[in-house]
Design a protein around this ligand. Structure first.
Ligand code: ADP
Length: 304
């Protein structure tokens, strides 16, 4: 039902008392290695909820690539679209200080080698999906090719619905923006996309949602952390509150939210209904440490 096209990274995490300055060395904690990357996270989030999910991504022919393939398979993701080789697996080098603030250096590695040609070669995966979920940790031209193929359809049948989380932020081509149904942004991404307009400095998320909608996407979802999420579909703009939880670690909450949302749209929920489910998934994910390790099962969401 769901195809995620996006990144897969190994997250290498070291706790530090403070970050090193230029030319300085500091000692940190033992190294922790976790599967991550927005694409891989979204696919695991959806599959853990019970979604039939496939991932189109690229990893290196190395231990981190095998770690990522393994974590996808364990979650139940179809990994036939995970291509291997061409560059080392993408890596995020993460230092976390005692206040929980992190500094991150990303080496895109194989993610930067996922090409439009790879998308064309995976046409059967796209044709089989009801929804395709995208982020921007792979080349923009690859994202644009997915949008083009989804819009063209397959043998007279319509292609999958497109969900896009434009993270990390980048200016979006008009045709990519126009295909989004919905465009899913957090506060930072909303402000970035609206930075050329006065509304970008507004403090009213409803104004962001309406302004983003006027840029061309078919619908917009603005996630608001503990507040939940705003849904704008042209008919109305509504706030879907998040369940109140004790937040332990918000890493990956946005990916869990978007993976869950895309899946529910794929099985026929309307947008507000899918968002009501997704805020519960996001809330459950912040109650546990880690990214993929924190993603809930359907039973855990129901119990929330
Ligand atoms: P991102 O992780 O991309 O910055 P948000 O912080 O908006 O995105 O979180 C995404 C979703 O995760 C929210 O819409 C909400 O459902 C859930 N969430 C995040 N933080 C909390 C929190 N402190 N309490 C409850 N739900 C949360």
């Amino acid at each position: 039902d769901l195809l995620v096209v996006g990144s897969a990274n190994a997250d290498l995490v070291i706790g530090v008392d403070r970050r090193p300055g230029a030319g300085e060395t500091v000692l940190g904690s033992d190294l922790a290695v976790h599967p991550g990357g927005k694409g891989a996270n979204q696919a695991v989030a959806a599959a853990r909820l019970g979604a039939r999910t496939a991932l189109l991504a690229r990893v290196g022919d190395d231990d981190y690539g095998r770690l990522l393939l393994d974590s996808q398979a364990k979650a139940g993701v179809d990994t036939v679209g995970v291509l291997v080789g061409g560059a080392p697996t993408g890596v995020a080098l993460i230092t976390v200080d005692p206040s929980g603030d992190n500094s991150i250096v990303v080496s895109q590695g194989a993610n930067a080698r996922l090409t439009p040609g790879d998308v064309r070669a995976a046409a059967s995966l796209l044709a089989a999906a009801r929804v395709v979920s995208l982020q921007l940790e792979i080349p923009l031209e690859t994202v644009a090719e997915v949008v083009r193929a989804a819009g063209a359809g397959f043998g007279g049948r319509p292609g999958p619905r497109v969900v896009l989380n434009p993270s990390p932020t980048a200016p979006l081509p008009t045709d990519v923006l126009a295909a989004c149904d919905p465009l899913v942004v957090n506060e930072h991404e909303a402000r970035f996309l609206l930075s050329d307009a006065p509304v970008g400095s507004s403090d009213d998320p409803e104004e962001w949602a309406d302004a983003l909608l006027s840029r061309g996407p078919r619908s917009v979802v603005v996630t608001l952390g503990a507040e939940g999420a705003l849904v704008a579909d042209g008919d109305r703009t509504v706030l879907v509150p998040s369940p109140a939880v004790t937040a332990v670690d918000t890493t990956g909450a946005g990916d869990a939210f978007t993976g869950a949302l895309a899946w529910r749209l794929g099985v026929g929920d309307d947008l507000p209904t899918a968002v009501r489910f997704a805020v519960r998934v996001g809330a459950a994910a912040v109650t546990r440490a880690g990214a993929q390790a924190s993603f809930p099962s359907a039973e855990e969401v129901a119990a929330l």
